[in-house]
Design a protein around this ligand. Structure first.
Ligand code: GLC
Length: 552
């Protein structure tokens, strides 16, 4: 039997920004339940929920204080169970996010570690070290936090603790068996509540080389890819020992029938990423090579071929991703002037240069048809199906992403892709906040959304798009309605005649031809019935457009 996730389309819900049932300005679990119909109508196979656990929200919930409970501002465990039941009744799977690299500073383990002092077993659950220099006043190594600044913070008693992310997110010590046992328990807890899978946060970073003396890194500009290339024997990324964690997790998940699926967040080049998806490890890993690819047919050909070939090496199929809650929205990235370093821009705050949103939207529509027609599974981040752009001009006082503060107020961070969704054309929060439990989307004003929605946000709302055949939402719905006709066939066959220059052309499921024109000039369409097109086609496929054709 083919595993459900191999060709699934998963819709990523960022809970604080999806739908707010209780009207406090923050999305919640009851809001998700009330809006699941949107995901079902879209034709997705399930949802992946970013963290909703008890958290002080130093990093939007990726700083977890209790891995086995729902944050009270988002609801209760009962609300969660009701949401899972409602999703299952609609035929939707539910994947949840597991954050095993670090805890919140408010997690009881970390509080006890601070109290217990140097040399205690409590401190062994984290990575505490003495500093360098005469009085230990310098960090133990030169390691940098992903959000800027040193990866070490000094505790009151003088020792330093490691945090790859914000100081409020101390890294766990995966060399300690208690940490491993705790996460086995967390996986069992949520599997027992009926979840269908787990997304694993920074899956390639849990295990560190902590042998003394700790090693300094070669510091380079850029993101994870650059870091790992400059430091081949990296002390905390992609350690060979991390794979044993996932072999162990596979055995734990095998206790459930069917075993929940796993997808890892692994920001590594493809050939190293797929090692995490060997048959006895995770099922899938997000394909960030695809997300980083510029709007260029040759670049797409290369990344499609290598993604498929690398995945095949380990007996799996690729995933396809064009956005998530950490990167600038595709409409804005694709609207950048030619020659912009798209890869670098993706991880920036979407500010400079100014994107051409009309062009970006046109390309994002075509990219959706590319993404959704490739063999394997696809992850759609909430709002992609509405063609939402990045909100690049959020007022400084509303920013919550730790990157803003940690960068010394130079990088606005990732809030621009996390602005609460618009559901209705009008209304105080464009239908995001309802006035009561059942009133999601009512006209009643709730509190202001936790991030301000720009003027005119309702123009991208579900209500504005649902009945418009030319909308991005209608395009996604049509594409997902047809995708099932070929998606279980895992083969992509390039068309030797048509696949040339700026035009990508390949066959799926035997008789569906996909054409993506990344150039500016229109090209003749071969005979066939149009299943779905990103623009009016009329016998020709214009530039920056895509079509799925069925051979007659
Ligand atoms: C992952 C998450 C990101 C978070 C980080 C630390 O990269 O996707 O949102 O900030 O991990 O948990």
């Amino acid at each position: 039997m083919q595993h459900w996730w191999r060709d699934a389309v998963l819709y990523q819900v960022y809970p604080r920004s999806f739908a707010d049932a209780d009207g406090d300005g923050t999305g919640d679990i009851a809001g998700i339940t009330a809006r699941l119909g949107h995901v079902a109508d879209l034709g997705a196979d399930g949802i992946w929920l970013s963290p909703f656990y008890t958290s002080p929200w130093a990093d939007g919930g990726y700083d977890v204080a209790d891995f086995r409970d729902v944050d009270p501002r988002l609801g209760t465990l009962e609300d969660f169970d009701a949401m899972v039941a409602a999703a299952h009744a609609l035929g939707l799977r539910v994947m949840v996010d597991i954050v095993p690299n670090h805890t919140s500073e408010e997690h009881p383990w970390f509080r006890k570690a601070l109290e217990a002092g140097p040399g205690s077993p409590e401190r062994e659950l984290y990575v505490f070290r003495d500093g360098r220099g005469a009085d230990g006043g310098l960090p133990p190594t030169n390691w940098r936090s992903t959000f800027g600044g040193p990866a070490w913070t000094r505790a009151a008693d003088g020792q330093w603790y490691l945090h790859m992310f914000a100081p409020e997110q101390p890294d766990l010590n995966w060399g300690d068996p208690r940490v491993r046992e705790e996460f086995r328990g967390i996986l069992r807890f949520w599997s027992g509540r009926g979840v269908d899978g787990f997304r694993i946060d920074v899956a390639y970073a849990l295990v560190k080389d902590l042998d003394e003396p700790l090693r300094d890194l070669v510091l380079v500009e850029g993101g994870r890819f650059e870091d790992i290339l400059a430091n081949p024997d990296h002390p905390f990324l992609d350690r060979p020992e991390v794979h044993e964690v996932y072999r162990d997790w596979r055995r734990v998940l095998a206790e459930f029938d069917p075993p929940p699926a796993t997808v890892g967040e692994v920001w590594l080049p493809s050939e190293r990423r797929v090692l995490y998806t060997r048959p006895d490890e995770l099922d899938q890993a997000f394909n960030f090579d695809f997300l980083r690819t510029a709007w260029d047919a040759d670049a797409y050909r290369r990344v499609i071929d290598s993604s498929i070939a690398d995945a095949a090496q380990v007996g799996t199929v690729p995933t396809w991703v064009i956005g998530n809650h950490d990167v600038v929205r595709p409409v804005s990235v694709l609207g950048l002037p030619a020659g912009t370093d798209q890869g670098a821009w993706l991880l920036s705050d979407g500010h400079d240069p100014e994107p051409d949103l009309e062009l970006g939207t046109r390309r994002a529509r075509a990219l959706a048809l590319l993404e959704l027609s490739l063999p394997g599974s696809a992850y759609v981040y909430q709002g992609e199906e509405l063609g939402l752009p990045e909100v690049a001009d959020l007022p400084a006082e509303s920013l919550e992403d730790p990157r803003w503060v940690r960068s010394g107020h130079t990088d606005k961070g990732r809030d621009g892709c996390r602005v609460p969704l618009p559901w209705t054309v009008e209304g105080a929060s464009y239908g995001f906040s309802g006035a009561g439990g059942d009133a999601v989307g009512s006209e009643e004003p709730g509190s202001a959304p936790w991030l301000p929605q720009p003027e005119g946000w309702g123009r991208w709302s579900v209500q504005a798009q649902a009945d418009d055949p030319g909308s991005v939402l209608s395009l996604y719905r049509r594409a997902l309605a047809h995708r099932g006709e070929f998606s279980s066939d895992e083969v992509l066959t390039w068309d030797d005649t048509l696949n040339r220059g700026p035009v990508l052309a390949y066959w799926r499921g035997g008789d569906v031809l996909v054409l993506v024109n990344t150039g500016e000039e229109a090209v003749e369409l071969p005979p066939g019935r149009v299943l779905v097109a990103s623009v009016e086609t009329d016998g020709r496929l214009p530039g920056n457009a895509a079509v799925w054709l069925r051979r007659e």
